[in-house]
Design a protein around this ligand. Structure first.
Ligand SMILES: *Cc1c(COP(=O)(O)O)cnc(C)c1O
Length: 378
């Protein structure tokens, strides 16, 4: 069955008593036991909740993993997975990783004795040369933010197999609809479900999917023991959002390519970064490995004065952090999402004071273009 179909069907048939199509929200903390030694399969909602379970089983299926886990945010999912590592362990990480992930690694997990080396993970030789005796894992983003660099998962996973390293892939931008990291060799997939999966800018949530059943047992133990689980209402919202994943992403992409091509022709725009454009460095590889290019665009304007002007003057596009929702959002990465990346690295990566990031929504592309055009006019 195709992923878009599986997503629509999420949760159907879970309530045998009433036949409810929508998953019931089991807003509940504890479960009554029939008798000593007997259980309904649930005892306490941190350990397991029927609504959360519907989401966890759904994402595991979509991602072709053995088990899924729903966390209270994307960062909670990353933190939960990182508790698999021990003091002294070293990881190689994508250099232009999400700023919040970098903050967690550098300012918190280093205090617990983990070490990290940041490299351009689109270059396999850079990963290889960063490996040390203590390297235990590689943490990548499948498509990076904001410059949209695409990782070659089959190549990275071959290296990880050879060196016995855990490959963790943050697949927030692509979602299982466009790419399934586990099919390409990753061990664990992570999502900020706040973004494309829930898709409506109405909830904060995180998901992780584990390929190996034995490792999944361990992740379950950590999930329950540390406790950053997603509540039933939010689990339901993510399920509800995921049902339309396929049509939303189709529309996000259809709009994104039109807008990217239009931006390229505008005299006040200096550079456009969109992997769907033939001149993007990751275009060819992505065409082979991914079903699409998603709805994220970054672009540089000709001069910095245009930045405050655009952020103030766009009407349809909201100036707000986050991405992947039905509504178009624009951000200024240098001072917002990427403020926690060291300045030198930001300069190297090209995250400068001319760069804007657009999360293309599902509005009519012509309206989005008109909004940017009039904001550029001043
Ligand atoms: C937003 C984001 C996160 C963090 O997720 P939250 O749900 O905000 O905690 C992690 N990785 C990527 C790629 C993101 O875009």
């Amino acid at each position: 069955m195709k992923i878009s179909t599986q997503a629509v069907q999420l949760g159907i048939g879970r309530d045998c008593k009433t036949g409810s199509i929508s998953v019931p929200i089991c807003q509940n903390a504890t479960f009554r036991h029939p008798a000593l030694g007997e259980t309904t399969g649930f005892d306490y909602s941190r350990s397991g909740n029927p609504t959360r379970q519907a989401l966890e089983e759904g994402i595991a299926k979509l991602d072709n993993g053995s088990r899924g886990f729903a966390y209270s945010s994307g960062m909670a999912a990353i933190t939960g997975i990182m508790t698999l590592f021990k003091q002294g362990d070293h990881l190689v990480v994508t250099e232009d990783i999400y700023g919040g992930t970098r903050r967690l690694f550098d300012r918190i997990l280093t205090e617990y004795g983990l070490t990290f080396t940041y490299v351009d993970t689109t270059d396999i030789s850079m990963i290889e040369s960063a490996l040390t005796e203590s390297t235990k894992g590689v943490f990548i983003e499948t498509l990076t933010n904001p410059l949209l660099k695409f990782a070659d998962i089959p190549a990275i996973s071959a290296l990880c197999r050879e060196k016995n390293l855990l490959l963790i892939a943050d697949n927030t931008f692509l979602t299982p609809y466009l790419l399934r990291p586990i099919d390409l060799g990753a061990d664990i997939t992570i999502y900020s479900a706040t973004k494309y999966l829930s898709g409506h800018n109405d909830t904060v949530a995180g998901l992780a999917v584990v390929k190996d059943p034995e490792l999944a047992e361990k992740v379950y133990f950590h999930h329950n023991a540390t406790g950053a689980v997603l509540g039933p209402q939010d689990s339901w919202l993510v399920i509800r959002g995921m049902k339309t994943l396929g049509v939303r992403i189709d529309r996000h992409q259809e709009n994104a390519i039109k807008i990217a091509r239009w931006l390229k022709t505008h005299p006040k725009i200096k550079k456009v970064f969109y992997p769907g454009l033939e001149d993007h460095p990751g275009h060819e590889l992505m065409k082979k490995q991914s079903k699409g290019f998603c709805g994220m665009i970054a672009f540089e304007v000709q001069n910095h004065e245009l930045i405050p002007q655009i952020l103030k003057k766009t009407k349809l596009i909201s100036f707000a952090e986050s991405l992947g929702g039905v509504e178009s959002l624009i951000t200024f990465p240098e001072v917002q999402t990427h403020a926690d990346i060291p300045l030198k690295l930001r300069e190297k990566l090209g995250i400068n004071n001319l760069l804007l990031r657009l999360s293309v929504g599902i509005e009519d592309a012509e309206d989005i273009i008109e909004d940017i055009a009039s904001a550029l006019q001043g």
